[in-house]
Design a protein around this ligand. Structure first.
Ligand SMILES: [Zn+2]
Length: 172
C-alpha cells in the first residue's frame, strides 16, 4: 500500500470515495447526445471524469480514514476494449483480496492456471506461485505499515473513475 501521509499529525490508513448525483446528470447528458440501446444483461463500460469536491477524515484506530467526495463532470460510455486491461487488473486484485480475507490458500495447480492466464503479470508477482517465485520456499514478508512521514497532500487533480454497469433495459 502507498504511504498515505498524515492528517493532524496522525497517519492516514485508508481512503474512500463516493460519487455524487452529478454522475446521473452527466450520463443522461451523454445519452441525450449519443443514444445507445442497451439490453438486459449487457455489460456497459462507463468512464467518469470526476473532480474531488470535498475531503473529510474519520478516526480509524490511532489514525484516520480519508474520505473523498467526487463530482462527476463528464460521463461517457466507452468500448469495453479501451478499458479491458484496467477492468481485468481490478477484477484480479478484488479476487485476491477476497481470498486473503477468507484466508484461502491456493493450491499450486490453481496458481499455475492463473499464471498462464496472465493474471499474475497484471498484479505483479504472486506469493506461492512456482513461476513467479521459482526458488522461493517461503512466501514473501507482508508489506510494512504506512509510516508517519510527509504531510497529507491536498488532492486537486482530476481523476477518471471507471464504473461497470449492467443495463436494466428490456430485451426487445
Ligand atoms: Zn505466477
Amino acid at each position: 500500500m502507498p504511504d498515505l501521509g498524515t492528517f493532524d499529525g496522525l497517519p492516514v490508513y485508508g481512503t474512500s470515495a463516493v460519487i455524487g448525483a452529478g454522475a446521473k446528470k452527466s450520463l443522461a447528458e451523454a445519452l441525450d447526445i449519443d443514444p445507445i440501446l442497451m439490453h438486459d444483461s449487457d455489460t456497459i463500460c462507463v468512464v467518469l471524469e470526476c473532480r474531488v469536491a470535498d475531503i473529510g477524515h474519520r478516526r480509524k484506530g490511532d489514525g484516520w480514514t480519508r474520505n473523498h467526495k467526487l463530482d462527476a463532470e463528464i460521463a461517457t460510455i466507452v468500448d469495453p476494449d479501451t478499458v479491458q486491461e484496467a477492468i481485468e487488473l481490478q477484477r484480479a486484485k478484488n479476487r485476491r483480496a477476497e481470498e486473503a480475507r477468507k484466508g484461502l490458500k491456493q493450491l499450486p495447480g490453481m496458481l499455475l492456471e492463473e499464471h498462464d492466464r496472465g493474471e499474475h503479470e497484471l498484479i505483479d508477482k504472486v506469493d506461492g506461485c512456482p513461476v513467479c517465485f521459482p526458488d522461493a520456499t517461503e512466501p514473501a514478508a507482508p508489506p510494512a505499515k504506512p509510516k508517519r512521514a510527509a504531510a497529507a497532500k491536498k488532492t486537486t487533480a482530476k481523476k477518471a473513475a471507471v464504473k461497470k454497469g449492467t443495463s436494466r433495459a428490456r430485451k426487445r
